[in-house]
Each structure stands twice: as C-alpha cells, then as structure tokens.
Design a protein around this ligand. Structure first.
Ligand code: NAP
Length: 288
C-alpha cells in the first residue's frame, strides 16, 4: 500500500469504515458507459492503483457496461482485501441506445442484487444504493415498494447496508422510515448546489453524502471563478473542486471517476490542497 493517509481521513457507514477519498468506477466502461474499455489492462491498472493508494471505497453498478465495471473490479481485485468496501447500485437497466430505463419493480431489484453478487464474486454486498428518478435527475414518487424489497434482501443477509441515489429529500425520509440508510448518492459539485440543505441535515444524522459527478461528469466543471482560484493556487481546477468538496462537510465522501492512473494520482494529491477562508468564500459564490 502506497499510503494510508489519503486526504480527508475516514468515515464510518454502519460498520463499514471507508476512506473519504474513494473511487468511482463508471468511467472504466466503454464510451457512454456501454461495452468494454478500449484499454482493458489500463482499466485494471487504475483499480489496482486505487487500492495500492489505500482507497477502501469503490463505487460501481451492474448497469455500467452493463456488467463491465463489476467484472473489471473482480478481475483486478478479487479476492478483495478485508478493508475494501464495494458499493453498488440497483434500480436502472440499460437499453440498446445506452439509455438508463428505471427497473425498480421487486423482481428486477432481486435479480439485480443477485447479478451484482455474481459479477463481483461476493456472498454479501456491503452497501447497495437504490437508484431513483431517471437520467434527467430525481423525480417525485413513493420509494416504498422498491425500498421495502431491498430491506427484505437485507434481512435475508444478502446486503449489509442500504442507501439511496438520485433522491429527493422527502424520498430520503420515506426510505428512512422503512430501514436505516447509511448514505445518499446524488449529483452535487461546486456548480450544482441543490442539495446543500440535505447535506447539512444528513451530517447532523451521521449519514454520508456521496456526490456523483464531483468533477462535472460528462461535462467537466467550468467556471471563471474556479479557474481564477486554481490559477492563484497554481493548482488544477479539478484539484480545487475536490478539495472544496472535502471541506464542504465532513460527511461528504468523494468518488471521482477516471480511467487514467495519472489522473488518479493527480486527484489524490489535489484533494489535499489547502484552501483559505478567502478561497472558500470565493468558491462558494459559484453555485449560489
Ligand atoms: N448514482 C448515480 O446515478 C451516478 C451517476 C453518475 C455517476 N455515478 C458514480 O459517480 C462516480 C463519479 O462520476 P463520474 O466519473 O461520472 O464523473 P466525475 O468524477 O465528475 O468526472 C469524471 C470525468 O473527469 C475526468 N477526470 C478525472 N480526473 C481528471 C483530472 N485530474 N484531470 C482531467 N480530467 C479528469 C475523467 O476523465 P479521465 O477518464 O480521462 O480521467 C472523466 O471524464 C462514477 O464513477 C459513478 O461511480 C453515480
């Protein structure tokens, strides 16, 4: 292991202690998260480098590829170190056009949990997020039937902990009335601050908030303020964006995605960037 002192330290979700600096595996699949990667060995190298750096939280989904990122994780890292926790998602399928149609009926959810167990080579999934909404973002509606289905699978011993993703605050509350949740995984970054109140509320409850698209996802974060602050600090804008997230709230866990070992190294180093009060105040204006 190269380092056990990743920026941000650790956070505990239920009985899972993970590094706040994690890794999101979605970018390892082919273009638009369909099919295998162009560079299979390169993808394995990124996963192994993440674990060598001490990362203990990898985010994935059976829908990435589909099947591709789970299979890569298994090929690169199985048998898994005890410290490593793989977090997966259920609730969406892929169609021929690369779309993400919801699949939250009980039968689809049960099938997806079993597929995740199979492709990851696990007997129990550490943490499963129920993906809600659709590709356009969170959508209103009851989560009860779907979340109750996952709660039963948890009681059967197939899942240790539950979370929700792409969720509205009222859906988080509805899910929590059915079973405890240890994390919420929603879109959030310097420029998309819609979940500010939710993050603070979850922090008070000790529930993790895991922003997806922390670097902007398929459209890299662009902001003149971000560029100005980054230039002043002689740092990459991506570094500033990650360092800001770690400072935003102690319950924020990072899962930046990359298909490049060099970017992985850059992001780990960058997230440790010290930000002054003035830097934070300036950055805070971007998404407000
Ligand atoms: N729950 C959900 O519905 C949902 C939705 C989307 C994503 N996710 C999860 O969230 C994770 C993170 O999201 P994401 O990967 O889509 O978006 P992201 O982390 O915001 O950005 C990834 C993009 O940034 C680039 N990048 C990374 N580091 C860089 C660097 N140092 N310099 C320049 N470019 C850099 C990557 O390209 P390179 O490959 O070239 O580095 C990639 O194109 C995913 O891996 C997935 O696990 C969840």
């Amino acid at each position: 292991m190269l380092s056990t002192s990743l920026p941000g330290g650790t956070w505990t979700m239920g009985d899972l202690t993970v590094t706040r600096f994690g890794y999101g595996a979605m970018q390892l699949a082919g273009p638009w998260v369909m099919g295998p990667p162009a560079d299979h060995d390169g993808a394995l190298a990124v996963l192994r480098a993440a674990v060598e750096h001490g990362i203990t939280h990898i985010d994935t989904s059976e829908a990435y590829g589909p099947h591709v990122t789970n299979q890569l994780i298994r090929e690169a890292l199985h048998p898994y170190p005890d410290s490593l926790h793989i977090v997966t998602k259920v609730g969406a399928n892929r169609d021929q056009q690369g779309g993400w149609p919801p699949a939250r009926d009980p039968e689809s959810l049960r099938r997806s949990v079993h597929e995740n167990l199979e492709t990851l080579g696990l007997d129990v999934l550490d943490l499963v997020n129920l993906r809600l909404g659709d590709a356009a973002g969170p959508q209103p509606g009851s989560v009860a039937e779907a979340f109750e289905t996952l709660a039963v699978l948890q009681q059967q011993g197939l899942i240790r902990h539950l979370g929700v993703s792409n969720a509205l605050p009222e859906q988080v509350v509805e899910a929590q009335a059915i079973a405890p949740i240890v994390c919420v995984q929603n879109m959030y970054n310097l420029a998309h601050r819609q979940d500010d109140e939710l993050i603070d509320a979850l922090a008070e409850q000790g529930v993790a908030y895991v922003p997806f698209f922390p670097l902007g996802g398929f459209s890299p974060l662009q902001s003149s303020v971000l560029s100005t602050v980054a230039a002043r600090l002689a740092a990459a804008p991506m570094s500033v964006a990650l360092a800001w997230l770690l400072r935003r709230s102690p319950n924020i866990l990072l899962i930046p995605g990359t298909s490049s070992v060099a970017h992985l190294h850059e992001n780990i180093a960058g997230a440790a960037l010290p930000l002054s009060g003035d830097d934070l105040a300036e950055l805070d204006k971007i998404g407000r």
